[in-house]
Design a protein around this ligand. Structure first.
Ligand SMILES: Cc1cc2nc3c(=O)[nH]c(=O)nc-3n(C[C@H](O)[C@H](O)[C@H](O)COP(=O)(O)OP(=O)(O)OC[C@H]3O[C@@H](n4cnc5c(N)ncnc54)[C@H](O)[C@@H]3O)c2cc1C
Length: 571
């Protein structure tokens, strides 16, 4: 008898698992249910439809040979039945069936299964404030949301918008509205910096600077209190600090995994409700698989179960589940947490742990940040690239890397290289120093920026110099009246002299002159050195150390990092 498979959820993971299973075991009797009308669409493309970069909504649910993936497509081309507008109500693990309700007719029935797949995804977290149910308050998670938001922009009824949440979806939404539609956008973030859970402060500031440069207002440490409207429609947003006029609100305050069905059925879940699965993507019931945004898998770096709702993971896990449904024993290795985002000009990418996350997980870790050209210095086209490497002190094990650059593709290449190391080994800083990445002047430097990140981490761990972050350098500068620090600018004379002319506490001593001007340096004060990227300041520091001056801190990433963070304005 043919094996019966039921899949609940039909966006990313569900259809992937179904198609893979039927490719390997075509006689499977497979039914996929989803409560929505539209299935199998690229949710990650929604911001680009809102912005207008993607013209037609159907592009997000078409194959790359331009056939729309609707229930008929899956029945005819892939050999399985899709029941959209059908909600799964409960799972009976003893009788092995799923109770479903047709949302059009309200008829209920039981669907029997031999194997069940939970691909239920996650729902957006809705702050429970007055006015959250007003018209023109959206989440950007479904095709219909994107359609409504774009319509409102197209018909000119939106000139001001508030985005609640400064994470991935909030920032992509802000860019989409401001870039293409000229909407005056405010991003509300209740944390201290943007993307706090996934980025270090430096890169949160870089993201903010990119938004601010493009007229998006960023309000940090600020909480949504209520949304007010007229005739049922949004008019303004009230926070703990101000009232902001808005005709559109996008709630982007994170996700809650849809783990209720699993929990009711007695399957194991983690604290946030995500369904716990093993490496085969099996739940605590061997006949039930789960994957994608509703599930929790093991973090390869920490060894603990974690939660990261990403389409990249969902699609790959779908294939593994499909193989396992067909009887091939395949496994998913877990995740390290690798992602990328494009803002206006700036791209940001990350793999592994941030410094904050590493410390929360109990690692005795440091992070160092480097700024370097992404291509050979003599090649005409090039951009700066900032990489922050996170390292465990004693073992010198690399735990993560985050980066920001105008060159998004180049940045992603570096982060992906480190991601591969993190997934399959426990790389040390020396491994990153020697990581073999391709070189030709139009793509990289012979000593690539990713290698330099390893080198600088090695220097810091070996005690060759004491780094400070750009943020801390600026803080020292602002507090200079109290702490008697002697500030040196080691850039070429012209750049440093301009700063020196503005403030006598700023000492322009270019690297080339450092040795000759040693007598100008006080011996009883700490020295803080900065240059353009951190290279000249490091060379200067070596000269000073050779001359017995050791009380020095070196600003990592130099003025370039400050510029990217928008902190150069504070000097
Ligand atoms: C705006 C946006 C941008 C994104 N950008 C990126 C990106 O750039 N990169 C990246 O990696 N990821 C991105 N993501 C995340 C990615 O879209 C998700 O990780 C992915 O869609 C998850 O797929 P899934 O199949 O697990 O769940 P979902 O896509 O959430 O699908 C689950 C489906 O199951 C249905 N369902 C749930 N419960 C039931 C039930 N009881 N009965 C019937 N049906 C049910 C839901 O209604 C839904 O249709 C983005 C997400 C959004 C919203």
């Amino acid at each position: 008898m043919a094996q019966k498979v039921v899949i609940i959820g039909g966006v990313a993971l569900g259809p992937k698992a179904a198609c893979r299973c039927l490719r390997l075991a075509p006689d499977t009797e497979l039914t996929l249910v989803d409560e929505n009308t539209f299935i199998s669409y690229g949710g990650c493309g929604l911001p680009y439809y809102v912005s207008g970069e993607i013209q037609a909504l159907d592009a997000l649910r078409s194959t790359n040979y331009q056939v729309v993936r609707d229930p008929d497509f899956f029945a005819r081309m892939k050999g399985f039945k899709v029941r959209n507008q059908t909600r799964a109500l409960s799972i009976d693990r003893v009788k092995k069936c799923v109770r479903v309700r047709d949302l059009v007719t309200q008829a209920e029935e039981d669907l029997p299964y031999d194997k069940l797949v939970l691909a239920c995804g996650a729902k957006p977290r809705m702050p429970n404030v007055d006015g959250h149910d007003l018209s023109h308050v959206y989440t950007l998670t479904k095709l219909e949301d994107a359609q409504n938001i774009r319509k409102a922009c197209e018909n000119g009824s939106v000139t001001e918008a508030v985005i609640v949440g400064g994470g991935f979806i909030g920032l992509e939404s802000a860019v989409a509205l401001a870039d293409m539609w000229g909407v005056k956008v405010t991003v509300l973030e209740m944390d201290e910096h943007l993307m706090r859970s996934v980025l270090p402060e430096s890169m949160g500031l870089m993201a903010e600077n990119d938004l601010v440069q493009h007229n998006v207002r960023v309000c940090k440490n600020e909480k949504l209190l209520k949304i007010e409207g007229n005739d049922g429609k949004v008019q303004r947003v009230v926070t703990n600090k101000q009232t902001i006029d808005a005709q559109l609100v996008i709630m982007a305050a994170g996700f809650i995994p849809n783990g209720e069905l699993a929990k009711q059925a007695g399957l194991e879940t983690i604290a946030n409700g995500a369904i716990k699965v093993d490496a085969s993507m099996r739940t605590s019931d061997p006949d039930i698989y789960a994957g994608g945004d509703c599930c929790s898998i093991q973090n390869i770096i920490t060894g603990k179960y974690g939660y990261l709702p990403l389409g990249s993971l969902s699609n790959r896990q779908g294939r593994i589940i499909g193989s396992n449904l067909a009887g091939i024993n395949d496994t998913f290795p877990g995740y390290v947490g690798t992602w990328a985002i494009k803002l206006f000009d700036l791209s940001i990418a990350s793999t592994g742990l941030t410094i904050d996350r590493a410390r929360l997980e109990g690692f005795d870790a440091i992070s160092v940040c480097v700024e370097q050209l992404d291509r050979a210095h003599f090649y005409p086209e090039k951009d700066m690239m900032c990489l922050e490497i996170v390292v465990e002190k004693g073992t010198r094990r690399v735990l993560g890397m985050q980066g920001a650059s105008l060159n998004g593709h180049g940045l992603k290449a570096r982060i992906d290289a480190v991601s591969a190391c993190l997934q399959y080994a426990k790389p040390t800083v020396n491994d990153i120093s020697n990581l073999e990445v391709g070189y030709a002047p139009p793509f990289a430097s012979a000593m690539d920026v990713v290698n330099v990140a390893g080198n600088v981490a090695d220097n810091v761990l070996s005690g060759r110099f004491t780094p400070i972050t750009g943020q801390d350098f600026v803080k020292l500068w602002k507090e200079r009246a109290d702490n008697h620090i002697f500030f040196i600018d080691a850039r070429p004379a012209q750049a440093g002299k301009a700063m020196e002319a503005k403030n006598a506490d700023w000492h322009a001593i270019p690297l080339e002159e450092m040795e000759a001007r040693l007598s100008e340096l006080p011996r009883d004060r700490e020295i803080a050195i900065i240059c353009n990227t951190g290279l000249r300041s490091f060379e200067s520091l070596l000269i000073l150390q050779r001359k017995g001056i050791t009380n020095i801190v070196n600003s990592l990433g130099g003025m370039q990092a400050l510029k990217q963070m928008g902190l150069d304005r504070d000097l």
